[in-house]
Write a protein that binds this ligand. Structure first.
Ligand SMILES: Cc1ncc(COP(=O)(O)O)c(C=O)c1O
Length: 373
């Protein structure tokens, strides 16, 4: 058995396919806000089935821009998934609004829509569910809660480009969906993000706010309509992202094949639970995540997998447990499902064109580690 280290993820890049576009960028000298950013935006909008997509420098800036475009600020509350990478919370806090953390479901990483309903008040301006690891949240229920309290929905779709729920692509749920193109995502541009929306007025404001609040006019120079940001994506980044969006179907098929192999092989392993998509839902499998049984030390599993040259990692974080958010008065365990997932979720390697023997090696290593835990 090979003892090569199995990494958690490898970006699916093809230099030969982007070489001529990269040369075109270099030769044109147009390094930002040019034709490749536009093509990348159009390709994502088309894939997702929305009228507009606005590229940004990351999902974090996409989330912040989306909130800014709705004028969210001091005195507003944003209901957001607690079980997420803290970028979600940081974007909310940077607007001056108050984050209200919502637990995950008992057996579902995504936001508990019933708890969101219970927490919604007249101060709730936005509900911000996450599609964790590319698993779409219950967008029908969440949109109904938002409609009842007059709130907007911004989906943190950082991980879910390629996922789908009842025929609607991830990113198209709610008022805006924010993608990430970080190297650990299904499509990567190094760093990068994008906001998908079918609201043309919002899209115009997003484009202006992304570039200092500027508006082009007939006369020379720009008109600065409001104080904005510089969240523009570079052309080189767009070339990388565009190439992968063009072969997104192939990338997803490949990830789903590996996920189905894991599903099958992990069924007989004791000591873990394997979440599966519901009927009419498909996941992007940004990450393949299992839940280790309570009482088994997940961190020790990660260490012992590393000794077997298999990289595994946590799922993601329970924001309410972290000092950055202490000021909002949560105690560890206040959100018990998120708390348990932060402690027990385990991400397994999912690599492009992952050989079945490599999947077997991961599963065998995990079975032996769990057997002796
Ligand atoms: C759920 C979620 N939201 C936001 C982000 C932030 O993405 P970015 O690194 O593109 O800012 C991440 C990144 O891991 C994420 O997983």
């Amino acid at each position: 058995m090979s003892q090569d280290r199995i990494p958690i993820i490898v970006p699916d890049l093809r230099f030969d396919e982007v070489e001529s576009d990269l040369r075109a960028v270099f030769e044109s000298g147009q390094l930002t806000a040019g034709p490749f950013v536009e093509k990348f935006e159009q390709a994502v909008a088309e894939w997702v089935g929305v009228s507009d997509a606005v590229a940004t420098t990351s999902a974090t800036t996409a989330l912040h821009l989306a909130l800014a475009a709705l004028d969210v600020g001091v005195g507003d509350e944003v209901l957001m998934s607690d079980f997420t990478f803290p970028a979600t919370a940081n974007a909310v806090i940077q607007t001056g609004a108050t984050p209200v953390f919502v637990d995950s479901g008992v057996s579902d990483f995504a936001m508990d829509a019933d708890q969101a309903r219970a927490l919604a008040t007249e101060r709730t301006r936005v509900i911000m569910p996450v599609d964790p690891f590319g698993q779409p949240a219950d967008h029908e229920k969440i949109s109904a809660v938002a409609a009842d309290v007059g709130a907007k929905v911004i989906v943190d779709a950082a991980c879910s480009l390629g996922g789908e729920r009842f025929g609607l692509a991830c990113g198209s749920h709610g008022d805006m969906g924010c993608f990430s193109f970080h190297p650990r995502k299904v499509v990567t541009s190094g760093e990068g993000g994008m906001i998908a929306t079918s609201d043309a007025t919002l899209a115009n404001r997003l484009r202006s706010l992304r570039s200092h609040g500027a508006i082009r006019t007939e006369s020379a120079g720009l008109l600065f309509a409001e104080p904005g940001y510089n969240y523009r994506l570079s052309e080189v980044a767009a070339v990388m992202g565009l190439n992968q969006v063009r072969r997104l179907n192939e990338i997803l098929l490949d990830r789903r094949l590996t996920a189905s192999r894991y599903d099958e092989k992990l069924v007989s392993i004791r000591g873990l639970r394997v979440p599966r998509p519901a009927k009419n839902v498909s996941w992007s499998y940004q990450s393949y995540v299992v839940v280790i049984d309570d009482g088994v030390d997940r961190n020790s599993v990660i260490r012992r997998m590393a000794e077997r040259h298999v990289e595994t990692t946590i799922g993601t974080y329970a924001c309410h447990q972290h000092p950055a958010y202490e000021r909002w008065g949560y105690s560890i365990g206040d959100l018990p499902n998120s708390d348990r997932f932060a402690r027990q979720a385990l991400t397994l390697p999912l690599l492009p064109r992952m050989p079945e023997q490599t999947v077997d090696r991961v599963v065998e290593a995990l079975a032996s580690v769990l057997d002796s835990e």
